[in-house]
Write a protein that binds this ligand. Structure first.
Ligand code: C2E
Ligand code: MG
Ligand code: MG
Length: 647
């Protein structure tokens, strides 16, 4: 007999020693022996040598004998199969067959449900691999018709099954990028909508279209275009969360389905992260290519997948209207008006950065005793194409809410250093730094790069941070600040006194200057309690060996009071409003420019590189504090000048 298979007849689901004659197992043993003895040849031909995996199983599912093919198919030895319940072969990820509610056919005995199952099912080999079989069963009865055993047959259909799965996968996958395709989308979307609705959340769609992709194809050829698309798809895949699905809809159109989006902010953050895949240029055929994408966003819960898709498409169409690029549009119905405004602002701000719409205005910082110009604070403005000149308060928050902060901060830093390098060497430049930017990796390197590019001495740069930045600075921030100050750059604590822990803040960081907030300066003359506070702040600053600048000085009384109380430096409308630099072409490094520049009112103003030593301030002609139209060319446009003009 080939491959003799030991026969053991267990009575439970654990391998056991052959039963003792007389018990139930003993009876089964005798029956098998009889079968082997009486029908040895037949058994050999039909069972043991059969090319199909077969097992003789008792009625409650325990294997009595398995043929060699069954052992080979399941990767198990005869010993490890005999006596075990057939359940052993089931795939653990599939629901137990017992849960399927299978009933024996009329006239069939009550068998273990694993034996009743006829059809295709998944099993697991001993090495853990997956196995697909078509299972069938045959009941063997005694002469009197009593069911005795079941012959279980398994036909291996794994290859066929794999081929089918491959075909399905191919049908639902984009061959170029390996991402799911449009056909796969509806299913995923339906699933995402159902799941998110159950959790009380939304499904978000980010519909991206690469800008001017046709031009890339035309210029570099379709092969390069294909490479670019698959690189883009890879980056997209890496930047999605596990619960999101990136889909390629067609040529240069992609869609990300995000489950469980809480609100629009969450969706925006996602879109932002996705867009950051475009920050780095792509390299194709040894050429660097920078891409941008237009984006349509929508958010929904109780909605059909088709409606959601239509909304995302309509937002994208709007983003691409008039040949626009790199715009993000949100489907309007998904948002309130203020949300639309905020989002539009972000989009426009991105555009502003790329299209040179940002400006730096400079406000003089002077020595209070004699108004000698000491330097300028750089203050950002946005020359908005339709809304005119915008103050920082109108757009900095929009930048804070997304990754524009660092882009904007880097722009300011670089611009300010380049500008300051054109001034006379005794003038310093103050640059405001947002807490978020300061905490970002690479901040110290950014400062070093701005200094190097401009050639500005580090000692001429002062970074202004707010109290809360200093207080809640993370280790990374402290480190960055350490590196920067080590190089000679100084640090100012802006809006000093407005936080709750000004003094604590001073201990956290190597502060060089404190700037007393203009809200204190405003009532220092009229409010005794404010006067007491400012007096205290001045003493504190001096006591700690810090420089003190009073901000927002608008009139002579304030200037006098501060001077009398020991404040050495000042900034405010009384000494000059924030104003743009004159045309850089007219400013020569280290030289005094001869050509004075005309301001809005047509007055001739002095050049920043040659600031006049101005006398003590006198009361100005009441400038409107937030009037942005006042901005003449950069100058120590002083009170003295105003009065001189009047004379
Ligand atoms: P800040 O750093 O405290 O800047 C001083 C602000 O006070 C400026 O407002 C300036 O125009 C205003 N100011 C100066 N003198 C007077 C005065 O005599 N009276 C009155 N009423 N106001 C005066 P601005 O330019 O609107 O800037 C507001 C804030 O925006 C700045 O406050 C700063 O925190 C932030 N900021 C400005 N530029 C930048 C920037 O480039 N980066 C960052 N991160 N923040 C900036
Ligand atoms: Mg400041
Ligand atoms: Mg301030």
């Amino acid at each position: 007999m080939r491959n003799a298979v030991p026969v053991s007849l267990p009575a439970s689901d654990r391998p056991r020693s052959p039963g003792t004659p007389g018990g139930a197992a003993g009876q089964r043993l005798r029956a098998i022996d009889t079968l082997l003895a009486d029908r040895g040849q037949l058994f050999q031909a039909l069972f043991l040598s059969a090319p199909i995996a077969k097992a003789l199983v008792d009625l409650d599912g325990h294997v009595l004998v398995a043929n060699p093919r069954m052992c080979a198919l399941t990767g198990r030895t005869p010993e490890s199969l005999s006596g075990r319940h057939v359940d052993l072969l089931a795939h653990p990820d599939d629901p137990p067959v017992g849960d399927l509610g299978l009933e024996p056919a009329p006239g069939e005995p009550a068998l273990d449900p694993n034996l009743l199952y006829d059809g295709e099912r998944r099993l697991r080999r001993s090495d853990g691999s997956e196995l697909w079989v078509v299972q069938s069963h045959e009941v063997v009865r005694q002469n009197n018709g009593t069911p005795q055993f079941v012959v279980l047959s398994l036909v291996d259909v794994t290859d066929r099954r794999r081929a089918e799965e491959d075909a399905v996968r191919r049908a639902y996958t984009d061959p170029l990028t390996g991402l799911p395709n449009r056909r796969a989308l509806t299913d995923r979307l339906r699933h995402a909508v159902a799941l998110s609705r159950r959790r009380g959340l939304h499904v978000g769609l980010v519909h991206l279209n690469i800008d001017r992709f046709q031009a890339v194809n035309d210029a570099l050829g379709h092969e390069a275009g294909d490479l670019l698309l698959s690189q883009f798809a890879d980056r997209l895949r890496w930047s999605t969360r596990v619960e999101d699905t990136a889909v390629r809809l067609g040529a240069d159109e992609f869609l990300v389905v995000a489950e469980d989006v809480e609100d629009l902010d969450g969706l925006r953050a996602l879109a932002d992260r996705l867009l950051s895949v475009l920050d780095e240029p792509f390299v194709v055929s040894d050429r660097e290519i920078t891409l941008s994408a237009s984006v349509g966003l929508t958010l929904g819960a109780d909605m059909t997948p088709d409606d959601l898709l239509r909304q995302a498409q309509s937002a994208l169409t709007k983003a691409k209207a008039d040949g626009s690029r790199a715009r993000i549009e949100v489907y309007e119905g998904a948002l309130t008006h203020s949300e639309v405004d905020a989002l539009q602002l972000e989009t426009d701000l991105r555009h502003a950065l790329d299209h040179d719409e940002l400006r730096l205005f400079y406000q003089p910082i002077v020595h209070l005793a004699d108004e000698t110009l000491l330097g300028y604070e750089a203050l950002i403005r946005w020359q908005h194409p339709t809304r005119g000149l915008l103050p920082p308060g109108a757009f900095l928050d929009a930048a804070e809410n997304n990754r524009l902060t660092s882009k904007l901060g880097a722009w300011v830093l670089r611009r300010a250093c380049l500008d300051a390098a054109t001034w006379t060497e005794d003038l310093r430049v103050h640059v405001n730094i947002s807490a978020r930017h300061l905490a970002e990796e690479g901040f110290a390197e950014l400062v070093a790069a701005a200094l190097e590019e401009s050639g500005l001495q580090p000692q001429r740069l002062e970074l202004e941070i707010t109290e809360s930045t200093a207080l809640f600075a993370a280790e990374a921030t402290l480190h960055a600040v350490g590196v920067v100050t080590e190089a000679g750059v100084t640090l100012a604590l802006d809006d000093f006194g407005t936080g709750y822990s000004a003094i604590t803040a001073l201990h956290r960081l190597p502060i060089h200057t404190v700037k007393i907030d203009r809200s204190f300066v405003a009532d220092v003359v009229t409010e005794p309690s404010t006067a007491a506070l400012v007096h205290g702040l001045l003493q504190l600053g001096r006591g700690m060996g810090l420089q003190v600048i009073a901000e927002g000085i608008e009139d002579l009384d304030q200037a006098d009071w501060l001077l009398r109380h020991g404040c050495a430096m000042a900034q405010g409308f009384a000494f000059g409003r924030p104003a743009p630099l004159p045309n850089p072409a007219e400013v020569l490094i280290g030289e005094v420019t001869q050509a004075p520049v005309e301001d809005v009112a047509g007055e001739l103003l002095p050049e920043p590189a040659a600031p006049p030593a101005v006398p003590r301030p006198r009361i100005p002609p009441t400038p409107e504090a937030h009037d942005l139209q006042d901005t003449g060319p950069l100058a120590s446009r002083t009170l003295f000048d105003d009065l001189a003009d009047d004379d």
